[in-house]
Design a protein around this ligand. Structure first.
Ligand code: HEM
Length: 345
């Protein structure tokens, strides 16, 4: 089969009677003559041609750094590419490199969560003695957040299957079940990507005002609030949350754009372009999964009372004053000087 394809390609290149991009053949005289006549040597006489053997046939001792390319009279000019060594570099990255990158990033994220849990412990709070609660996220905020979160988790799981599935799942699932699941996963990944992108765009617009950095954020950073249980002044979002917001928005947009481009036909960016897109997409995905692991930890166990903000929408007044005093003062304090607060939805 391989021989037939190579033969067909060589024939196409030969029939085109155009010079190769690589240096002219420097071996057997007869081959040179054949090349000059536009008829190329037939590698089928060499039943298991390795790269080196093939290149000798083509007149090169070593693989050229770029591609080996001829001309074809077919509309798809890519068919003129016989050998593209860069493709092998990409394949190594795709098969081995991505596993290392994702493995290291996942490991670091889990380690960071363990360190946070050990160094900082659970951030508990005292409830307001009068049981007062204030609205933190409207229904539309929560809808957008959970749409983005659910789609991100689906994207992360189906995406990690592309990276680790063959090593971790295929051996015990069997070829048939793994293949069916992966095909299904691919469709989910492609479809859900749009919901994720929509969610990220909505978050970008809805929450940008509350995530602009101000002088007070430096005070928060300098207080070491991320690593120690101190409560530095913070607006609606503290400086750490603002970093998560910008990471999610910028990373999410870049993931969305590279993802959509990869769905389009190869002709938009070419073969090398597709390889670059895949590389950028997978590295960004790894970084973002690591970021969101930290976010999920802080939004659930790490900071007590935080999850209620995104589930029911309102939070305990004392929690709000402890974690986001400037926001409480700004959004409610000045508006209701009698000390009473807007009721939750
Ligand atoms: C199971 C998954 C998730 C959980 C449990 C979760 C939980 C939360 C909670 C409780 C908050 C409110 C924090 C507060 O009131 O201060 C929040 C805010 C937020 N979430 Fe999530 N979230 C999840 C997934 C995601 C994902 C996948 C993204 C984006 C890709 C995301 C982006 C944000 C952003 C930008 C905010 C506002 C800034 C911040 O609090 O960091 N979340 N999340």
């Amino acid at each position: 089969m391989t021989r037939t394809i190579l033969l067909a390609l060589l024939l196409l290149l030969g029939l085109a009677a155009a010079p190769f991009d690589v240096a002219p053949p420097a071996f057997a005289q007869s081959s040179n003559e054949a090349t000059d006549r536009g008829v190329h040597p037939n590698p089928s006489r060499n039943p298991s041609a390795t790269d080196e053997e093939l290149m000798r046939v083509l007149g090169q001792e070593r693989l050229p750094p770029d591609r080996v390319q001829g001309n074809v009279y077919l509309p798809d000019r890519k068919l003129g590419v016989l050998i593209q060594p860069q493709g092998r570099t990409w394949r190594d990255f795709r098969v081995t490199g991505t596993r290392w990158i994702h493995g290291i990033l996942l490991g670091l994220a889990v380690l960071a969560v363990i360190l946070l849990a050990v160094l900082r412990g659970r951030d508990r709070y005292r409830t307001d003695p009068e049981g007062r609660r204030i609205l933190r996220f409207r229904a539309v905020d929560r809808f957008v957040h959970w749409m983005t979160a659910v789609s991100f988790i689906l994207l992360a799981l189906t995406g990690l299957n592309f990276v680790f599935g063959r090593t971790l799942l295929q051996p015990w699932m069997g070829d048939g079940a793994f293949s069916a699941m992966s095909l299904w996963g691919l469709s989910v990944h492609n479809a859900v990507g749009f919901a994720f992108l929509l969610g990220i765009l909505a978050m970008a617009v809805m929450w940008v005002q509350d995530n602009l950095f101000h002088r007070v954020d430096w005070v928060w950073f300098r207080s070491g609030a991320l690593f120690r249980k101190v409560h530095a002044p913070a607006e609606k979002f503290n400086a750490g949350q603002k970093l998560i917001y910008w990471g999610a928005v910028l990373g999410g947009l870049a993931l969305g754009v590279t993802g959509v481009l990869m769905m389009l036909p190869i002709s938009t960016v070419g073969v090398n372009g597709m390889q670059w897109l895949q590389g950028v997409h997978t590295v960004l995905a790894g970084l973002m999964i690591a970021l969101i692991i930290g976010h999920i930890y802080l939004g659930t166990w790490g900071v007590e009372g935080s999850f209620e903000a995104m589930s029911r929408g309102d939070v305990d007044l004392h929690w709000a004053r402890t974690h986001h005093p400037l926001w409480v003062e700004d959004a409610y304090g000045r508006r209701r000087p009698d000390g009473r607060f807007e009721p939750a939805e």
